[in-house]
Write a protein that binds this ligand. Sequence first.
Ligand SMILES: Nc1ncnc2c1ncn2[C@@H]1O[C@H](COP(=O)(O)OP(=O)(O)OP(=O)(O)O)[C@@H](O)[C@H]1O
Ligand SMILES: [Zn+2]
Length: 670
Amino acid sequence: MSDSPTPQPDKQKRRPERPSNSNLILYVLVGLLLCVVLLSQFGDVGSESLNTSEFLNGIESGKFSQETVSDLTIGQSTVSFTYKSDETEDGKPVEKNYRVNITSFGDSGRVDLRKLLDENKVGYNDASDQSQWQMLIYTLLPFALFLVVILIMLRRFGGAGTAMSFGRSRGKLAAQEDVGITFSDVAGIDEAVNELKEIVEFLRTPQKYQALGGRIPRGVLLVGPPGTGKTLLAKAVAGEAGVPFFSLSGSDFVEMFVGVGAARVRDMFQQAVAKSPAIIFIDELDALGKTRGSGMPGGHDEREQTLNALLVEMDGFDSDQSVIVMGATNRPETLDPALLRPGRFDRNVTVDRPDKRGRLHILKVHAKKVKLADDVDLDRIALITPGFVGADLANLVNEAALLAARADKTEVTSVEFEEAVERVIAGLEKQGRVIHEEEKIRISYHECGHALVACSLPHTDPVHKISIIPRGMGLGYTLHFPEDERLLTTRTELIARICCFLGGIAAEEIVFEETSTGAQNDLQRASDIARRMVTEFGMSDKLGRVHYSETRTSFLGPQASGESIHAEETVREIDMEVKRIIDEANATALEVLTTRREVLDRLAKELLEIEVMDSDHLQRILNEYKGGSGPQLKPGTSAKAKTDPVDRSKAAGENPDVGPADGRGGIEIG
Ligand SMILES: Nc1ncnc2c1ncn2[C@@H]1O[C@H](COP(=O)(O)OP(=O)(O)OP(=O)(O)O)[C@@H](O)[C@H]1O
Ligand SMILES: [Zn+2]
């Protein structure tokens, strides 16, 4: 029941708040700068300027003489002195400060001036050497301050990647010399590891390969969903080979200024070659390596230039430079074909979601870092986490450890792991949320509807838990996990899954004679499965065994048009087929729940009281009604393994794509 829009996890990386004292520093500097500029402009306030001829005439005529002139200083550009004039004020002679510009004098002029002063016996103080330094400081200081202010402003407003970091790769480019990660830190993706062992071998002993004249791999493309450990794998290669690791993200190259990205690419290769053998790792390669000319025309000059620079650099290696470029992407189909040609990213290593065994291994790797209680069964956790990738599992273990710490436990027990699994799947519990009593009853019926349909139909996954405690994105949820993990899903299983999704809204319809907005997510996922059954899996008899792709490649590139290539009629038929599948599943769900209304009422009432019901409790209630008034419509789920028509040992691995038809199949939220 999620009638509020699903909150998206806040993925935006926020720029860390800068301490406000950098503001203060900025203000102080600006103030200082102003002072210096003012001083240098009006530093001689109170002295009158005198033109040179007046000054020289004054000396020759004796107006400026030993008696009248004091403190005469010859500086680099000015002569300053105090003149006692004939005028008097309150009986005292008035003193005037004069300043004479002598820049036009030149060196010889200055010598002449000294001679003249000597002849007229006017005492002077020669400070032209010393003031040279003063001058220098006076002229340079404003510049220096100005520079500092500009630098601070750029840091504040631009962050990295503005004009200041022009051409330089970002900070991360400092090579990681000692990565400290080896293949033992990478679990569950053994095929990928095996493929990369050769690269390690090559980086360790490039001579061996070069002596035989073999073509050395230059680029390795790691392809797989986010969080499956691509970065980890690249680091492990560097760690195993003991070579420096340069890491950058494709989006780092895409800049505001044309040419910066390209300069950055060249810079990166230069640095890596200088440290070869080395590894350059480019995450999100698709951000920079998208097919040239795709998308809207124009406006992609910068990215194309950057991509071209990358292509040129990869071609430009000599074979004795053992630099290997590793790229990671989860959308290899969007990459420019030029990137995949021999000599560039010609090795393709798939890093797939781990299967149950893989998940177990990953859990073991991460569980080493925490203190596990004896009751923790990692095998079971691997089982109930289908669809989890390495990053999820790492997060899961960490989450469990945090929970244990919060509960002041000395070990992480299975309780924390259970809670952590639910947290990762469904979000945090929101115990504070106040829910209207009426709504609570509705939510309870809705969830029990899901659960009861799942327990009544064959080919469904066993229910693990029902809860009406709101969590993250939903108001209640039903968790079910497969008994064992399989790679294929049959049509019957998909239909059963749709029935389970519809169980919630069906229960609402039966009990309240009216549905609510809470089933939106269920309907969306049910419809997704139905649509994929028709358009991708060829599971509709009416439309046949055809894959109906939705977009066509236009001259602007595959993403640009987005229009359907199918006849209007076909599109309509697809829609009708999807609706037919949904309608039939809905009828099944309604039938199950109407026939077992008594059980539904009982479950809903009990769930309302206890809020969370585990599988044992559920089974106890169901057993009470076995053979009683509400007949169990279909054989229970335990019959599944035996009745399943597909020979899995043979089919396994042939089309792993079909399995997760609805992503993480294990949860009905709301
Ligand atoms: N196969 C694995 N074995 C052990 N730990 C893993 C594995 N895969 C991921 N992890 C954990 O998840 C973290 C994140 O993985 P990583 O950044 O390598 O994923 P990725 O595939 O590069 O993701 P993305 O595509 O989002 O960059 C790792 O630091 C590691 O702790
Ligand atoms: Zn629901």
